[in-house]
Write a protein that binds this ligand. Structure first.
Ligand SMILES: [Zn+2]
Length: 203
């Protein structure tokens, strides 16, 4: 069976949580706001949660997630520089630094560090899907005026993402304007922030 990706919109800020599954194994990306809904969905689909991944530590991407980690005894993977920002207890986390590849159940999960929105922000690549958090949105990039933000780092991160294959599917951390998915090929040619970054201009 192929990998399935469920897009789950939760909370008051248009956040997108992603449920990635293959056969009976699942991982969650940025579970936040409504853990009852997420545990119910896992049960309903008869899925076993293997791991939780966070794209970064902002509250709207981690809110109430620690409850889920406590209840399931599954680890929450987060980059070291965003642990404090997340406010989560490190006992429930698998903290790593920089580029990584994790083998979890049937999934090969690649971490691409993409600082800029936050210092420990990452994109998470599983197969042909790229979960971009608040780094890359359809037609936009994340804010770079927040604590630990860095506009120059964002520019480098956008350049890095532009090197991925055109048909890489992009799944962003919010559905601003009702849309949370795109492709790298589309963003490389149409996203003004990525285009500026590639031209060496301010984003
Ligand atoms: Zn954020």
């Amino acid at each position: 069976m192929n990998m399935q990706i469920d897009v789950i919109n939760l909370g008051p800020m248009d956040n997108c949580t992603y449920l990635v599954s293959k056969d009976k194994d699942a991982v969650l990306i940025d579970p936040a706001w409504d853990m009852n809904f997420l545990t119910h969905t896992l049960t309903q689909k008869n899925l076993t949660l293997r791991a939780v991944f966070f794209t970064h530590g902002h509250f709207d991407h981690v809110k109430f997630a620690q409850t889920l980690l406590e209840q399931t005894a599954v680890k929450g993977y987060i980059e070291a520089q965003d642990v404090a920002l997340s406010g989560m207890d490190p006992r429930f986390l698998h903290v790593y630094s920089g580029q990584q590849t994790f083998e979890i159940g049937p999934f090969q999960i690649k971490i691409i560090p993409t600082p800029g929105h936050t210092a420990g922000g990452v994109c998470i690549q599983i197969g042909d899907a790229l979960f971009t958090g608040d780094t890359l949105f359809p037609g936009a990039c994340g804010r770079v005026d927040l604590p630990t933000s860095d506009p120059r780092a964002m520019r480098q991160s956008l350049i890095k993402l532009a090197q991925l294959p055109d048909d890489t599917r992009v799944f962003a951390g919010h559905s601003y304007g009702g849309k949370c998915s795109s492709t790298i090929g589309y963003e490389r040619t149409q996203n003004p922030f990525m285009r500026n970054a590639l031209r060496g201009e301010e984003i």
